[in-house]
Design a protein around this ligand. Structure first.
Ligand code: PHE
Length: 344
């Protein structure tokens, strides 16, 4: 065994390698699983006990020497040229990076937010998983009231007096804002909402809303009308007119639905406005005194208005997209249509 150790040591001293490949071969030859030094370690087990100490030391020195030598050779070796290297033309121009662009729903959402920011509204956000109280109860939907059917709900937990659910509108954020703040309050609440609806060209189970709330002394329906008119003109162009139709929401009284004049046919009637000249954009109304009181606001002193719109719907009208599902499928051919929309 002693001779073998000396022989390998001598070979290691003489060892010369040119390329990475040769260094690797040498490593395998000496230190690989079936390598010469590894074999000596196996043999070491059969060495007589009184010799073990001496040979053990020699073997360890040999192994360390071999490892150091291989490392040294590795650092000196030149990488063998790869076979494809010659074929590569490093002077060719690189591949252009696909930069992507903002999603149309984000663009529309940001545009709505910017308009209301200009009017002095703050932004409020709240949880997507909400409780029954903030989505329904505090908004004047008593338990088992049929108005709850207007918004088919995904429940997260049931059997509890205040079950958790996915919010069906961001009016819940308005409730949370009224709980926290004292009037004057002027906020918009952008966010994702969820309804248990069959997916079609006009409805989806997830969509985005921007809702707004304004509470102060002496706020009237005329203020609401003016705010919505100004918004519509900023969003759809200065010639836009609006009309309000009576409607019903449990949390507002009186309530209205708002239409804008069709920006495609300018009132003449086309297939987008179904020949009527008008397009529905949002729901609104004067905050019901019950809602103010539920959140601790004195309804004798204060009044306010609220409104809520679907961002996808506004985006559909703005860009004349006739199927809501385009906004969720993320077909690049569709998304690229918006790449030139100005970042706002
Ligand atoms: N929360 C209503 C909805 O989601 C919209 C709305 C908001 C209506 C505020 C009136 C006032 O349908």
């Amino acid at each position: 065994m002693k001779e073998q150790i000396e022989k390998i040591m001598a070979e290691l001293n003489e060892l010369k390698c040119q390329t990475d490949k040769e260094v690797e071969e040498a490593r395998v030859r000496f230190l690989g699983k079936k390598g010469e030094i590894t074999a000596l370690f196996d043999e070491f087990r059969t060495v007589a006990p009184e010799m073990k100490r001496e040979f053990g030391q020699r073997l360890n020195v040999l192994k360390k020497e071999a490892q150091a030598k291989i490392e040294e050779l590795k650092s000196l070796a030149v990488s063998a040229p790869s076979q494809t290297a010659a074929a590569e033309d490093i002077t060719l121009p690189g591949d252009a990076l696909d930069l992507g662009s903002r999603h149309p729903v984000s663009i529309a959402r940001q545009e709505i937010i910017n308009i209301f920011r200009k009017f002095g509204y703050d932004i409020a956000e709240g949880p997507e998983i909400e409780d029954d109280y903030h989505v329904f109860e505090a908004l004047n939907f008593p338990a088992n009231h049929p108005a709850r059917d207007m918004q088919d709900t995904f429940f997260v937990s049931s059997g509890h007096p205040n079950p958790l659910l996915l919010r069906t509108h961001t009016s819940s954020v308005q409730v949370r804002t009224m709980e926290k703040m004292t009037p004057p309050i002027r906020v918009i609440c952008p966010g994702r909402v969820f309804r248990n609806e069959a997916i079609s060209a006009r409805a989806h189970c997830i969509f985005h809303q921007v809702e707004g709330l304004y509470i102060d002394e002496n706020v009237t329906f005329a203020d609401l009308k003016q705010a919505i008119l100004l918004f519509a003109r900023e969003m759809f162009g200065p010639d836009t007119s609006i009309r309000m139709r009576p409607s019903y929401f449990p949390f507002t009284e009186p309530s209205a639905e708002v239409d804008v004049s069709c920006n495609i046919c300018h009132g003449k009637g086309c297939n987008i406005c179904k020949g009527t000249g008008w397009l529905e954009i949002l729901g609104c109304g004067m905050v019901d005194p019950n809602v103010l009181e539920a959140s601790g606001i004195d309804s004798k002193k204060y009044s306010g208005f609220a409104f809520g719109m679907g961002v996808e719907r506004i985006a559909m009208l703005k860009w004349q997209v006739n199927d809501l599902r385009h906004y969720f499928e993320n077909d690049l051919r569709f998304l690229r249509e918006f790449s030139s929309c100005v970042e706002v």
